[in-house]
Design a binder for this molecule. Structure first.
Ligand code: AVI
Length: 402
């Protein structure tokens, strides 16, 4: 039976801080935006007790309030060099442009990771679920347009799928479309800054089940290493004891290839960065003149990262959020870093955050990896995780043929 189209219910937002974890019932009652899509599907074997069939794709809005946005931008503008949080790039237009980046010939990350996930899904699902006796909940961080999770959902058949992303415009339609394609898996979208979330909201789909994390796309690289370590610790807390994490990590490669990937000939990467200025002008009454900046993407080998910046063409003063900001000639406004980790460097970072490397899968050229991690501290586990996952001291990459 084909799912019915969703019925959006939008109500006024009380302006809760994203760090607070509200009850689902409270969200509905007090006015967080909640959208539901009736999929018309029966409850699957791993279905969640208390969640009646037919399934609904629910959407919770915990997006940072405008006051938080202003505070974060002011903090970033005061840094040296000036640097804004990367998630600001993802308004509706930014999310569309990021999808277009994934289609550029120079940017192979999305294509290669998608192929790896598609081709290795049964094996990935088996490894993720090793020793798990209760159908798990799959939690994806930075889920975007949900284009990568399909094969994993089919192979894993989790009790529920929870997608966290900062772009509400993208998350709503993507959740509804995914629910239609996978009517047997209840879908919950949570619009939030997942890097600033202390706990997952209380929701029937998330209770009493083992949680498996999924963080594809090498988005960890958009945080500097200390932030990335903190984020991995946060994921451990959000997922609970004994959980696992499947994470995609891009690796260092030849400088020319990297710089081309972040400054494509068609100019999509540049447009993605310039869109940030338009967002600032619109949401924080700025007067950035995009023609007074130029886009630059440079490989910085010492930090193993690409630095993306809008560079001031000449000395100028910009007004933003009621303040005036001077830019010198050639002064950069960093829009994003993209750190690249060798498998060893990434596994060392993960270990510092309490995650043990279990397995690694890579594309044919060993350009990027999917790492399976398990929480090192298995002292207290969640219900449904019976046996600790087997780890290998030196996980051998399982390579995809090109
Ligand atoms: C989302 N993230 C992993 C992308 C990257 O490769 O660092 C963001 C991006 N920005 C410009 N191109 C891609």
């Amino acid at each position: 039976m084909l799912p019915r189209p969703p019925a959006d219910r939008t109500v006024a937002s009380p302006g809760r801080h994203p760090k607070q974890a509200p009850e689902a019932s409270e969200l509905r009652g007090s006015g967080r935006e909640v959208a539901e899509a009736d999929s018309g599907a029966p409850l699957p074997p791993g279905g969640v007790p208390g969640v009646a069939a037919p399934h609904t794709a629910a959407l919770l809005d915990l997006h940072p309030a405008p006051a938080d946005l202003e505070r974060l931008v002011l903090e970033g503008m005061a840094r040296q060099p000036r640097q804004l949080p990367a998630w600001l790039l993802y308004d509706a237009e930014g999310s569309r442009l990021f999808e277009a980046i994934g289609e550029q010939p120079e940017y192979s990350l999305t294509r290669h990771e998608t192929a790896l996930l598609r081709e290795r899904a049964p094996e990935l699902a088996r490894s993720l679920a090793e020793g798990i006796t209760l159908a798990p909940v799959l939690v994806e961080f930075g889920a975007g347009n949900l284009s990568k999770v399909g094969p994993l959902l089919e192979a894993l058949q989790p009790a529920a799928y929870v997608a966290l992303d900062i772009s509400l415009d993208q998350l709503g339609p993507s959740c509804r479309a995914l629910q239609e394609r996978h009517p047997t898996v209840p879908v919950l979208g949570i619009c939030c800054d997942y890097a600033d979330l202390d706990q997952l909201p209380s929701h029937p789909l998330l209770e009493g089940r083992p949680r498996l994390g999924f963080y594809p796309g090498s988005s960890l690289g958009n945080f500097d290493p200390p932030q990335a370590r903190a984020l991995l610790r946060r994921f451990a807390r959000l997922l609970g004891p004994g959980s696992r994490l499947l994470i995609g990590i891009d690796q260092p490669k030849e400088q020319g290839r990297l710089e081309a990937a972040y400054d494509d000939v068609a100019g999509v990467s540049a447009a993605f960065a310039f869109n940030l200025l338009r967002r600032l002008n619109r949401e924080l009454t700025g007067d950035f003149d995009p023609t007074a900046f130029t886009y630059r993407a440079r490989w910085e080998p010492t930090d193993s990262r690409i630095a993306m910046a809008l560079v001031s063409r000449h000395a100028q003063t910009v007004t933003l959020a009621g303040r005036r900001w001077n830019f010198a000639t050639d002064e950069p406004l960093i829009t994003e870093y993209s750190v690249k980790y060798s498998p060893e460097a990434f596994q060392a970072l993960a270990a510092e955050a309490g995650w043990q490397a279990i397995s690694r899968w890579c594309d044919g050229d060993d350009d990027l990896s999917l790492h399976l991690l398990a929480q090192a501290d298995l002292g207290t586990s969640r219900p449904g995780i019976d046996t600790p996952i087997q780890h290998h001291a030196n996980p051998t990459p399982m390579r995809n043929t090109p």
